[in-house]
Design a protein around this ligand. Structure first.
Ligand SMILES: *[C@@H]1O[C@H](CO)[C@@H](O)[C@H](O)[C@H]1NC(C)=O
Ligand SMILES: *[C@@H]1O[C@H](CO)[C@@H](O)[C@H](O)[C@H]1NC(C)=O
Ligand SMILES: *[C@@H]1O[C@H](CO)[C@@H](O)[C@H](O)[C@H]1NC(C)=O
Ligand SMILES: *[C@@H]1O[C@H](CO)[C@@H](O)[C@H](O)[C@H]1NC(C)=O
Length: 269
């Protein structure tokens, strides 16, 4: 093949690869989000075992009529919850969700089809879809629910020992103490299994005197609890907050890794 022919051939191959890439990307977005109409404020939530959890699903419009909502769970027969013509339709509801799920009636007129799931169980983990149709459009959003147990710790400071206690954690977490400047301090942590894989945690830190500022982090693969402790003698004040891990959807992240590869192949040829 002449040099020109070869260049043209390789350019065609590259163009085809690049087009194929963008078309697949568009398809992935089309099928993973299904619609830009239906949204969720949290698509990878972590429910706290034993507590109620709200799965978010809504239309961004203000007023809607002719609203139909279907909540389903991948791999489960029947529906999680269904609503149409102003009323729930629950003949086909999966028995594990009976009496445990509901919408928020006041929110429905605003296109908010968020679902309350009562007393979260481990078996609630999985992929949910929320499908909305209405006068103001609709679509489908998928939500990947994970479960864990987590409680904010309480702190006491006596005899130069700072003690953190948290009642319910699962999976088993680790505890790390820090100075307010994020230098790691050596603490001692004890676990007791309260029930079926749920642990209560006690961690102690020897302190130089009863006044000072510290950070305490309790963490497992799903949840991180951060506490900022200000101690002045026996007065301990604490601010705690939770952050949740956000493993990205595997398919998309794998795909994004291919981009440099495609361009690299084209460049080399
Ligand atoms: C939808 O309703 C739920 C329950 O009242 C509420 O927590 C949530 O913030 C609402 N979402 C939006 C987007 O309005
Ligand atoms: C603190 O130390 C004092 C004296 O050593 C002791 O009497 C007291 O019981 C200790 N308090 C606690 C809560 O351990
Ligand atoms: C003990 O706490 C006081 C504040 O109450 C502080 O001024 C002092 O530096 C602390 N001592 C040590 C050894 O950290
Ligand atoms: C604590 O657990 C988290 C999540 O499992 C892990 O990423 C982290 O490295 C652990 N830290 C320590 C100090 O073991």
């Amino acid at each position: 093949m002449s040099l020109l022919g070869r260049i043209i051939f390789m350019s065609m191959v590259c163009l085809i690869l690049i087009f194929a890439f963008f078309i697949t990307l568009i398809l992935i977005f089309a099928f993973s989000n299904a619609s830009f109409g239906t949204l969720s404020s949290d698509r990878i939530p972590v429910a706290n075992l034993g507590q109620d959890h709200v799965l978010s699903c809504y239309l961004p419009n203000t007023i809607v009529t002719k609203l139909s909502v279907t909540w389903a769970k991948l791999g489960e027969s029947g529906v999680v919850y269904q609503y149409s013509n102003g009323a729930p339709i629950l003949q086909d509801q999966n028995s594990q969700f009976r009496g445990r799920t509901e919408l928020f009636p006041d929110a429905l007129v605003n296109g908010n089809a968020s679902l309350r799931l009562r007393t979260a169980r481990r078996s609630d983990e999985g992929e949910y879809t929320c499908t909305i149709s209405s006068s103001a459009g609709g679509g489908k959003v998928s939500i990947s629910l994970r479960t864990a147990a987590y409680t904010a710790p309480t702190f006491t400071h006596v005899n130069n020992t700072l003690i953190a206690q948290a009642n319910r954690w699962s999976p088993k977490p680790n505890v790390t103490w820090f100075t307010i400047d994020q230098d790691v301090l050596q603490g001692s942590t004890y676990f007791s299994e309260a029930s079926n894989n749920i642990y209560s945690v006690v961690s102690t830190l020897q302190t130089i005197n009863n006044s000072g500022n510290y950070l305490c982090k309790i963490e497992n693969d799903l949840v991180l609890s951060t506490s900022i402790i200000t101690s002045a003698d026996s007065d301990v004040s604490v601010t705690s907050y939770f952050t949740y891990s956000d493993a990205p959807p595997v398919l998309l992240s794998a795909y994004l890794n291919i981009i440099p590869f495609v361009f690299c192949v084209c460049y080399l040829t």
